[in-house]
Design a protein around this ligand. Structure first.
Ligand code: SF4
Ligand code: SF4
Length: 216
């Protein structure tokens, strides 16, 4: 049976004007989280971190534009640079290794950020960058459905000034990101479930790539 997915804006009157401060291009990895983020702390983690999650389409577009291999700009805990699904602890733990944008050593800025210039891949920047400071939190919906709640990252200094965002545009970006993820990660989870490799009571974790290397 198809899963019902609802996209819901949950930020009241979220007026916004980008101040071009570059904060969102300096990626935070909150110290209190380990390499794997447990399900009950997922919403808190997303609020505190501003990691840029990449879809396969993002990775392909950036590779084509820059001529770089995925491993030069993608960060994951594992070797598969396009992200993957792992199961351990006797099938009771499902780990979603979702790839994020690599940060440069030292200041944690995105590898495509240049001081004084900003984003050097602006025309092909990932969907997550187009969406920011708006972010998505995935929640369980009624009857086993999924609610994609659009909130905002409170660390963006541009929030509270400017104009109302185009909700339709945000929803379209969120829907695109979600359907791409479902085509890849979702399909892998489904496959593992059908093969009986995931315990019915399994918990789903998300990785936090690159944390061990930095003090951000
Ligand atoms: S943190 Fe907010 S204001 Fe600063 S560059 Fe990013 S979107 Fe713009
Ligand atoms: S891709 Fe561009 S907009 Fe996105 S984090 Fe990197 S420098 Fe910033």
């Amino acid at each position: 049976m198809p899963v019902r997915v609802e996209i819901r804006a949950a930020f009241g009157s979220g007026v916004f004007r980008c101040k071009r401060c570059g904060t969102c291009c300096h990626h935070r990895r909150p110290q209190e989280f380990d390499d794997l983020v447990p399900p009950e702390r997922m919403a808190e983690f997303l609020e505190k971190s501003n990691l840029i999650y990449l879809t396969e389409k993002d990775i392909d577009k950036i590779s084509r534009r820059t001529g770089l291999e995925a491993e030069e700009f993608v960060d994951t805990l594992y070797e598969d640079k396009k992200g993957s699904v792992r199961v351990d602890e006797g099938a009771k733990r499902v780990i979603l290794d979702l790839p994020v944008m690599k940060s440069r050593e030292g200041d944690g800025a995105c590898v495509f950020f240049r001081d004084g210039k900003g984003c050097t891949i602006y025309p092909v920047r990932p969907a997550a960058c187009r969406l920011f400071p708006f972010v998505v939190v995935e929640r369980s919906g009624p009857s086993g459905g999924i609610v994609l709640e659009i909130g905002y990252n409170p660390t963006c200094p541009g929030m509270g000034e400017g104009k109302e965002p185009d909700i339709r545009k945000l929803e379209k970006l969120v829907a695109g990101q979600f359907s791409e993820r479902m085509e890849t990660v979702g399909a892998q989870v489904q496959c593992l479930r059908m093969e009986g490799k995931i315990h019915p009571a399994a918990r789903i974790y998300r990785t936090m790539p690159g944390k061990k290397d930095r003090s951000l």
